[in-house]
Write a protein that binds this ligand. Structure first.
Ligand code: AMP
Ligand code: ZN
Length: 488
């Protein structure tokens, strides 16, 4: 197993990764709230964690990846009062809330698959875990860290902070938070403005509500993740991920809830992906600077010069480290598109390379550097830079400036199939891919027949094969290392 280091947002240090159960990893990532189309910023976060999932599997871990779907409890402005985002959309469109949920869940899955993100092992929904959420509210009440007020249940932040550390993840201080609180609706039910709802009473206008020991209501937004992560991964699990914007209050409250329910600190390694920005501003629906993946594919948006394929955009995203902000611009995307095409062309060439007796290139070193990059907190931009060194080697071998042994050629294939296709998740169109492999096999066979003909001094047949291949735009080159071919 490789020595992987992960930047832990909890300790703010890069730490050696040690799973709780050897060879197994529990990974939880906060999923989307399915009340609208996902924008490209959301996609970035899910691509970042897709690579984390892929690499953990690649180095041999057995990973259980849980990513939830938020389909109730996420209120407008991420606050404790106001309308539920999904219920609002349902009223607007005159649909059942579950129709809204289904529609945008389908859309989300469609985008995930276009971006070649692997489906998680479990994709639990908040509405599917109401019973468990009610149980956790009760546990927190039993531990004395929550109180009932007018049919709602609030987490008692001040009391919790007497014996625990509210703010340990986000670094926020209770005093600062208090001085920054605004007077919001619904605050009067709370003992302290910092308290947050773990169960909300539903008034008559609410269409999504369930019976509970405290009357009809619905769960607070942060509760579902506390419940579903530990239900499927255990009270203590390895990695919890999400976008940086979720660190506070969402993840801070998650820790408080799990600890407050008597289950202890839930997560060993917290990972936060940074934001996709447009002209330096976070991409979001409310800022009006968010375009959908579909708009990006077609280029149909005022901010876009043209459309880009999903794999180009994925490549663009992975050319930045997940902890850095990534600013969107047409120029940057065009640069990535060029690099991407060069990489793909080299990948195709790789499948047609012919080996020699000796290598003049060092493939072992390339392989080690690829692992080192990924072991250093999933450093995809460095990995891509190393793969470009591989591209140079491929082109040099193709042009006869370098040679590669059969063993090294197999290793180079292993590196590109492993790191480019498996780890970075760059989809080389299967049709293309299969046809590349197949044409390679067929061409090797044709060249073998031609070589045999030459050995048998049947030059007429050998020349005819060459001429017929030229007619279909395939050039063959004879050199002392052997025979290679290329499409004109
Ligand atoms: P939401 O559906 O708003 O709960 O967000 C789903 C995921 O997308 C969360 O992990 C957010 O942190 C993430 N996210 C939202 N906006 C951005 C952005 N501009 N860049 C990167 N990730 C984002
Ligand atoms: Zn969450």
């Amino acid at each position: 197993m490789q020595e992987l280091k992960i930047y832990n947002s909890l300790t703010k240090k890069k730490e050696l990764f040690k799973p709780i159960i050897p060879n197994h990893v529990g990974l939880y990532v906060c999923g989307p709230t399915v009340y609208s189309d996902v924008h490209l910023g959301n996609v970035r976060t899910f691509v970042s964690f897709d690579v984390v999932y892929r690499y953990l599997k690649f180095i041999g871990y057995n990973v259980r990846y849980v990513r939830n779907i938020t389909d109730v409890g996420h209120l407008l402005n991420d606050a404790d009062s106001g309308e539920d985002k999904i219920a609002k959309q349902a009223k607007l469109l005159n649909l059942e809330p579950m129709e809204v949920v289904q529609h945008y869940t389908n859309g989300f899955r469609d985008v995930m698959s276009k971006y070649n993100n692997i489906s998680p092992s479990i994709e639990p929904t908040a509405t599917g875990h109401i019973v468990e959420q009610i149980e956790m509210v009760q546990e927190i009440l039993d531990e004395g860290f929550a109180y009932v007020s007018n049919g709602s249940v609030y987490f008692d932040v001040e009391k919790y902070n007497l014996s625990h550390n509210y703010g340990k993840l986000s670094g926020r201080k209770i005093e600062d938070l208090l001085s920054n609180t605004r007077e919001l609706d619904g605050q009067e039910e709370k003992r302290n403005p910092l308290d947050f709802a773990i169960w909300k009473k539903a008034d008559d206008s609410h269409i999504m509500k369930w019976n509970s020991p405290w009357g009809e209501g619905f769960p607070g937004w942060h509760l579902e993740c506390s419940v579903m992560s530990t239900k499927y991964l255990g009270e203590k699990f390895d990695i919890h991920g999400g976008g940086m914007d979720l660190k506070f209050p969402h993840h801070e409250c998650e820790i408080a809830q799990n600890v407050g329910a008597g289950n202890g600190d839930p997560v060993n390694y917290w990972m936060h992906g940074n934001m996709l920005t447009v002209n330096g501003q976070k991409m979001s629906k409310s800022a009006g600077n968010g375009f959908t993946p579909e708009q990006l594919a077609t280029g149909d948006h005022p901010l876009l010069d043209k459309g880009y394929s999903e794999m180009v955009v994925r490549f663009f995203m992975l050319q930045s480290h997940y902890t850095s902000t990534l600013d969107f611009s047409n120029e940057a995307l065009k640069g990535s598109e060029k690099g991407f095409e060069k990489m793909l062309k080299a990948y195709e060439t790789l499948k047609t390379l012919v080996s020699s007796k000796e290598s003049s290139v060092n493939i072992d070193d390339l392989k080690n550097r690829c692992y080192e990059a990924m072991n250093d907190d999933f450093n995809t931009p460095i990995l891509i830079a190393h793969l470009f060194d591989g591209v140079k080697m491929i082109n040099n071998v193709k042009d006869g400036r370098d040679t590669i042994s059969g063993q090294d050629l197999a290793l180079l294939n292993e590196i590109f199939d492993g790191f480019l296709v498996n780890v970075l998740g760059i989809k080389i169109e299967t049709e293309n891919n299969q046809s590349v492999d197949l044409s390679n096999d067929i061409m090797n066979m044709v060249l073998e027949i031609r070589n045999q003909a030459k050995q048998d001094k049947n030059y007429q047949l050998a020349d005819e094969i060459r001429n017929r291949l030229t007619e279909i735009n395939i050039t063959i080159k004879d050199s002392k290392e052997g025979t290679s071919w290329e499409l004109n």
